[in-house]
Design a protein around this ligand. Sequence first.
Ligand code: MN
Length: 258
Amino acid sequence: MSDRPVILVTNDDGVLAAGVRALRNALLPLGHVVVVAPAREQSASSHPITIDRPLRHIEHEKDVHSIDGTPADCIYLALFEKRFLPRRPDIVLSGINHGSNLGTAVFYSGTVAGAREAAIRGIPAMAFSAPVGVDFGEVAAHSARMAARFLKVERPEGQALLLNVNFPKQKALGVKVTRTGTQIYEEQVMPRHDPAGREYFWIGGRAVEYGQTEGTDTQAVAEGYAAITPIELTATRFSHMASAAFVAEAEWTQEVAS
Ligand code: MN
């Protein structure tokens, strides 16, 4: 049996997206690459798994699969249904996303969620994102070089590594190790009417500003660098334990006064 690395790839833009195709092609020399990606776009889908309907599977070609679910569904299925992988993967890569996942976007991102689902299962994972309009060939080549090093990186005890990589729009000046910054969006709500005259809302706006703090992913990308940020999986905020304790002192037994 081959001892080549097994690399599982997903994304949130769908199996046909140019970003995941470019990533797969660039990774092929590194090992046995298997793509299990959503059938349709799941951008900003965050981290749901689908437990209330069936999940359909299509094998598009050898080692390229789509699932009509979310990025987390794809990783879950790839890891726990035998047919997809020859063995447990060495690393999981998600992307290359069509669009940045900087700052608080990591909470909304399906791309990061795909990688996070693997990290939760103890498999080192990376997410790759680039602004719309980049040369995916070049970004994929960079990503593959990082993936080659990721296969060799020392594995810390306990929590699996989760790295979030963002590329700038132009050719990167270099790579900076960063922390998650703040991205400010237009925060638009557009009330409109459908052809039947019923009102609906369209939400979401462009990223217009970022917190200009040295050392953040937003700042690094704005300066023309790629940013690589290690992401925390532990959800506890230890500095807020006292606030939690204050709230915990609420009366157990009596009804809240109305
Ligand atoms: Mn996307």
